[in-house]
Design a protein around this ligand. Structure first.
Ligand code: SF4
Length: 424
């Protein structure tokens, strides 16, 4: 399959993505976007819907632990970026989106007018989306911005709080203190948002169990609807990783990391949250539908530099990952061509395994009937080896309806899931 990153072919007529005459030029599967959007439309067993992810690749400053793709907001022409994102979205005309998620980077690092222009256009072009989330940096919002987001149809906010301890926010390089987090949640409520969540990080270097407990208690007091809690990981290319290698920072030891995680599960459950995924907790009815789509391995369209789009089905799948370089991205989409991308065809066997691994991250696990319908495989038979081994250890449970991780397995979920990543 030709990679549009090597230079999109300009055939001159029909395809909205690469201007090829569809009937002939696409017979050799030369346009990844056409392929993906055609796959999405061609599915018989599911309506032509996908989750829509919009990647805003800018931040005001770089947090020391962050391995996500972003560049300084001042280096990018925000107006041009927003127009480019919306041009790329045109390539997926005809694909309905049940959810929209604007993430980054920091969407709120955009000038207010540009962010509002982006979300208004997204809402107008995908009015059927039931859930519309914008990620917000708590230090970059005010009452006017949040009111405008709400008026534009956004109905869910996810604030990157990370910690409620000043010393940890300082170490992480977050660029905001504790007060703006509390103020942002209150302001969001005042603007009419019922569905507000926080991202938190535990096992921050130097952190004790009491530190983590204080942070999580502060989050619970804000009466939010959703908590994502991730253990800090040292990502290549980050300041934290450089500091770790030089001995300036040390990872929290594994036992403490695990104690923090287990305490979070227990405390959040007591506070009325349901753990619906390994790292995600919500009050009933407030689970993130967009992310549930990823864990169900349903199709998604990602627009923006470094964003990925994906479609998996029983005969295999297709993953298209836009390249991260912003100028190349903009030049391509401005000319009506697909964004430069890496294209990865997923074999039928790998599609089955990816679906199993993603499903097992949910507390609902692999729903056996759904799995059979979507992959053509009986999960019990296909994964008889790992299911048998982990059942004996009390780490997997099997019911008439599902195969799922037990509570005991959650702290070592990644290790268990490795055994589902390939067919034996
Ligand atoms: S953590 Fe968020 S705000 Fe910080 S650099 Fe990464 S993407 Fe930007």
């Amino acid at each position: 399959m030709a990679n549009p990153a090597t230079g999109p072919t300009r055939h001159g007529r029909h395809c909205a993505s690469c201007a090829a005459p569809e009937a002939d030029a696409h017979a050799d599967a030369s346009c990844a976007v056409w392929n993906l959007s055609h796959e999405l439309r061609a599915t018989r067993d599911e309506p032509a819907t996908a989750g829509l992810y919009v990647h805003v690749p800018v931040c005001r400053s770089k947090c020391r632990y962050c391995g996500f793709h972003s560049v300084p907001a001042g280096d990018v022409d925000a107006g041009r970026l927003v127009v480019g994102l919306l041009r790329e979205l045109e390539q997926y005309d005809g694909i309905d989106c049940g959810t929209i998620y604007v993430g980054g980077g920091s969407p709120t690092a955009l000038p207010t007018g540009e962010l509002i222009r982006l979300v208004r256009a997204l809402g107008e072009r995908r009015p059927q989306a039931e859930e519309f989330t914008v990620e917000c940096n708590p230090g970059q919002v005010d009452a006017e911005l949040l009111a405008q987001l709400r008026a534009a149809g956004v109905n869910r906010l996810s604030f990157g709080a990370q910690s409620f301890l000043p010393k940890e926010l300082e170490l992480l390089g977050r660029g905001h203190s504790v007060e703006p987090i509390e103020a942002a949640v209150a302001t969001a409520r005042g603007a009419g948002f019922k569905n507000v969540g926080l991202d938190l990080i535990f096992a921050i270097p130097g952190s004790t169990l009491a530190d983590w407990q204080a942070s999580l208690e502060a989050a619970i007091r804000l009466n939010i609807k959703h908590v994502s809690a991730y253990s800090l990981s040292f990502e290549a290319g980050t300041v934290f990783e450089v500091w770790r290698q030089s001995g300036r920072l040390a990872a929290v030891d594994e036992e403490l990391d695990r104690a923090m995680y287990e305490w979070a599960i227990e405390r959040l459950e007591r506070a009325g949250f349901v753990q619906y995924e390994v790292s995600n907790f919500a009050r009933p009815g407030y689970e993130c539908r967009h992310n549930l789509g990823y864990w169900a391995n349903r199709p998604y369209v990602g627009i923006g530099p470094a964003a990925a789009s994906c479609r998996m089905m029983d005969r295999g799948g297709l993953r298209v990952t836009n390249r991260a370089e912003i100028e190349q991205y903009l030049m391509a989409v401005e000319s009506g061509a697909p964004a430069p991308a890496e294209i990865h065809e997923v074999s039928p066997d790998d599609a089955v395994c990816e679906t199993a691994v993603l499903n097992l991250r949910r507390r609902a696990g692999i729903e056996r009937a759904e799995f059979q319908r979507r992959t053509g495989h009986d999960a019990l038979r296909t994964f008889a080896g790992p299911i048998g081994r982990y059942r004996e250890l009390g780490l997997i449970e099997v019911t008439d309806r599902a195969v799922r991780l037990t509570r005991r397995a959650l702290p070592i979920a990644d290790t268990v899931l490795c055994d589902f990543a390939a067919l034996e």
